[in-house]
Design a protein around this ligand. Structure first.
Ligand code: SF4
Length: 367
């Protein structure tokens, strides 16, 4: 077993990231083989249960209400709709359903109660359930845990320094606070980030410092390649080079040896050969399904063909941790407290957001 370190420095991680490629691949693949079965890949299906209209200003996100991306907002899905999608996902080889809602934070009330019912329903299908609902309080995290939630996703996105360049409506510490609230329960933590937002290699290393110094380290870490969506402030960013993706995956594998490293957004831009290199470098999870929230993703049949070609097998649910018990709403020991997560709004404003908003205003006036 590889040693898990929580004291990585940015310099050490950068040194790994910049190693000659063959050496980096060898080191990462060696750790990967010690810690995981290299022929098993976990498959998650990401489901947007409430799309668009978000009040936040994440510069990469087409669901932010303030950008003009053509994403249509939808109300929260019903429990039956979610159950039907989960059954389809299970049939096509997914062991986990990750439900995403475009919310800044969870609000106690009927919509959250509905999400808790979704969690209960999917857990009873013997699938791992993950939620990504924005910031949560400890009480909300406990209620999710009680419903049978397996994982909560809350990405750090980038380094603390670069985060301010991408998002101004909340701070890095807010992210860490939510992760901390989830850690007070038995729900596992899923947290990762995005490359290709204009950040430097130092920022990539900085994000890995933040993730690796969490104790315990996240059980899963998605590595996304930015999908630059027209209408967002990051629309002009160049696609991520496959070699950058491979370097990032390999470095993540080395500093987070036990974590499931997930290839997430941006897979449509990657060849099968590129993805195979990522699996070799330590990626052992993918998001399946034709859409990742609102951006395109490879067809699940194509993914299964790739698995066959590479001799990969989808991981069975609850391989890494036992299935949580579901407590019914009527037996819950937690009341809805109606509280909001503590939240800071950094004073920083994103210049390019302001420019975009001004341009949008001018277009509106002239039309
Ligand atoms: S990433 Fe999440 S929080 Fe940020 S704008 Fe999109 S939906 Fe909102």
């Amino acid at each position: 077993m590889s040693e898990i370190r929580h004291n990585w420095t940015k310099e050490e991680i950068l040194e790994i990231y910049n190693k000659p490629m063959m050496e980096l691949l060898y080191d990462a693949a060696t750790i990967h083989r010690k810690q995981h079965d290299p022929n098993v890949v976990q498959v998650s299906t990401l489901l947007s249960i409430k799309t668009g209209g978000c009040s936040e200003d994440c510069g990469y996100c087409p669901q932010a209400a303030r950008y003009h991306t053509g994403v249509e907002g939808n109300d929260l899905m019903t429990v039956n709709q979610v159950k039907a999608q989960a059954l389809r996902a299970r049939e096509s080889g997914s062991s986990r359903v990750c439900m995403g809602a475009a919310w800044r934070n969870v609000k106690d009330g009927p919509e959250f109660d509905q999400v808790l019912d979704m969690v209960r329903t999917i857990n009873k299908l013997d699938m791992e359930v993950c939620c990504t609902l924005g910031m949560v309080t400890e009480n909300q995290a406990q209620r999710l845990a009680e419903a049978g939630l397996y994982a909560y996703n809350h990405n750090l996105d980038s380094s603390e320094e670069y985060y301010k360049e991408v998002i101004s409506t909340r701070g890095y510490q807010d992210r860490l606070d939510t992760i901390d609230n989830v850690r007070k329960t038995n729900v596992t933590v899923c947290s990762g980030g995005i490359i290709g937002m204009g950040e430097s290699a130092e920022d990539r290393a900085g994000m890995l410092v933040a993730l690796s110094t969490l104790n315990p380290q996240p059980e899963s870490t998605p590595i996304n390649a930015l999908v630059a969506v027209e209408g967002t402030p990051l629309e002009d960013e160049k696609p991520v080079e496959i070699w950058d993706m491979i370097r990032m995956v390999a470095t993540t594998r080395i500093v987070l040896p036990e974590t499931q490293v997930r290839l997430s957004a941006g897979r449509t831009q990657m060849s099968r050969e590129g993805q195979a290199m990522c699996f070799f470098a330590g990626a052992n999870s993918i998001f399946a399904g034709d859409k990742l929230l609102t951006t395109p993703n490879p067809d699940v049949n194509e993914d299964m063909k790739m698995f066959k070609l590479l001799g990969l097998t989808p991981q069975k649910p609850f391989t890494k941790k036992v299935q949580p018990q579901t407590v019914e709403a009527k037996d819950s020991q937690y009341e809805s407290l109606g509280e909001k997560p503590r939240w800071t709004r950094p004073e920083h404003t994103i210049e390019r957001n302001e420019v975009k908003k001004q341009e949008a205003k001018e277009v509106k006036i002239s039309s």
